[in-house]
Design a protein around this ligand. Structure first.
Ligand SMILES: Cc1cc2nc3c(=O)[nH]c(=O)nc-3n(C[C@H](O)[C@H](O)[C@H](O)COP(=O)(O)O)c2cc1C
Length: 138
């Protein structure tokens, strides 16, 4: 858990530089490049806390376990009236030796889910539901 805003600012800067240097070419990347090139864009949206859910042991399901933990965290936070967002923009940098050092993570840990938590300023309108694609087999 990180609440130090100066540290989150630094990690945001470094994560943006890292992504800009490593993004592959493509339309989606162009959209991201525009966002990441904006000096006023802070990838953590100045949220008061970042919770970085990480795998601390080697195992075949470590990413799945962390993603489930993240989902539960997000639902529990919502139940308490808090807002969350998974910050994928932080992931590649946090998985570098520099990123782990920045947050004091042991080199063997695997950062999976950077989740910001805060008090929502507004309640977003529900998004339109997409029809599920269900294949009935048998
Ligand atoms: C793995 C993952 C990574 C994400 N990374 C970011 C991010 O870095 N920044 C951001 O603003 N939103 C991020 N989001 C949130 C999405 O942009 C989107 O708001 C959210 O998934 C809601 O999607 P919906 O509109 O389809 O319901 C991420 C979501 C997921 C699942």
């Amino acid at each position: 858990m990180v609440r130090d805003q100066a540290l989150l600012d630094r990690v945001s800067q470094d994560a943006k530089s890292h992504l800009l240097a490593t993004l592959p070419a493509g339309l989606e990347s162009d959209r991201y490049r525009t966002m990441l090139s904006d000096p006023s864009f802070q990838i953590f949206y100045h949220a008061p806390a970042l919770i970085l859910i990480s795998g601390i042991s080697q195992g075949p399901w470590v990413v799945e376990d962390c993603a489930l933990a993240a989902d539960n965290l997000m639902l529990a936070a919502y139940g308490l009236g808090l807002g969350t967002c998974w910050i994928g923009f932080a992931q590649s940098f946090l998985n570098t030796p520099e990123g782990k050092t920045a947050l004091g993570l042991p080199a063997t840990w695997l950062p999976v889910a950077p989740i910001i938590v805060g008090h929502p300023k507004t309640v977003p309108a529900p998004v339109p539901r997409k029809e599920p694609q269900i294949r009935w087999v048998g």
